[in-house]
Design a protein around this ligand. Structure first.
Ligand code: HEM
Length: 275
């Protein structure tokens, strides 16, 4: 028997799963522990947690998109990659909320963070790994946690989304150098002429290679948004801490500017000049 109030809404949840049960809201909503007790620390914690949740979905979608590309199911991959871009858009907007925090407000609780820093975000590194940028330092950070370490190592050693896209080029008959197809996935991807030649051919024959062309543009979207996220992070950090060193021990803004120079899918950007 079910109980409903006059608006037709269920009111008897004794035997039923509630909204909160399903979403495990008790765990999520009780995970904001302000160490300083300062008002603005809540914003700082929530922004990071929200970003980590979106990163979780990003990893989930990229993994599924990679599998779809491997099995030649391009439409399904495009749907997932389009979702990744929308998520990226969301986390970029989050900087607007964080930028309402002034340097004085941040200083109220900064010392409580100790050496904790987004630099140690293992999900962020998993996204970078999936995009072919292999920075192993996070493996060292999580050495003491065998389960997490094993998960990170697996992601570190796996081919990235771009490797899978290059395989798709080879499967479509493009002459891709063997050294690229058999490359060491623990190394950051580096540009290769045979891959660039293949993408040029794709962009010059859009109708013929529509799936590969659309895949290329979806990858460019993701890289573009990733760079915009990095840029907004760098500028928001400059606005809040100026050129102080980071809690994670880096030079701070100087370091964040430097990572902006990295290209995930270099040939797809070179193609723009070569066409
Ligand atoms: C007041 C806000 C913030 C400040 C002052 C700040 C500062 C910094 C600094 C200085 C670094 C360089 C590493 C270090 O020395 O610590 C860094 C790295 C990082 N931060 Fe933030 N951050 C802030 C907010 C965020 C938010 C909201 C996220 C979202 C998850 C985030 C994610 C990251 C990531 C992923 C890195 C590593 C970047 C890389 O290695 O390329 N940060 N942050």
């Amino acid at each position: 028997m079910t109980f409903k109030n006059e608006k037709g809404i269920h009111t008897d949840f004794k035997e039923r799963m509630t909204y909160g049960d399903y979403l495990d809201l008790d765990s999520i909503l009780n995970a904001q522990h302000r160490l300083s007790g300062h008002h603005d620390e809540m914003l700082f914690i929530v922004i990071h947690q929200v970003s980590e949740l979106w990163l979780k979905l990003t990893i989930h979608e990229i993994q599924a998109a990679s599998e779809a590309i491997q099995s030649g199911n391009f439409d399904s991959a495009f749907k997932k990659l389009a979702r990744v871009s929308k998520i990226q858009n969301q986390i970029i907007q989050a900087w607007d909320v964080l930028a309402t925090m002034t340097p004085a407000e941040y200083l109220e609780f900064r010392d409580y963070l100790g050496q904790a820093s987004g630099f140690q975000s293992y999900q962020y590194r998993m996204v970078e790994f999936a995009l072919g940028y292999k920075t192993p330092h996070v493996l060292k950070i999580y050495e003491k946690d065998p389960e997490l370490h094993a998960m990170l190592k697996e992601a570190y050693e796996a081919p990235g989304l771009y490797d899978v896209a290059i395989e798709a080029l080879a499967k479509s008959g493009f002459d891709i150098n063997q050294e690229v197809l058999e490359r060491d996935y623990t190394k950051t991807y580096e540009a290769n002429e045979s891959v660039e030649a293949a993408w040029i051919e794709v962009y010059q024959n859009v109708e013929k290679y529509w799936d590969l062309y659309e895949l290329a543009e979806k990858l460019v979207d993701i890289e573009d948004w990733m760079q915009q996220w990095r840029f907004r992070h760098m500028k928001t950090v400059e606005r809040i801490i100026g050129h102080k060193t980071g809690t994670g021990g880096s030079s701070g803004v100087g370091y964040l500017k430097k990572v902006l120079d990295h290209y995930f899918f270099p040939e797809l950007w070179n193609v723009r000049t070569k066409l």
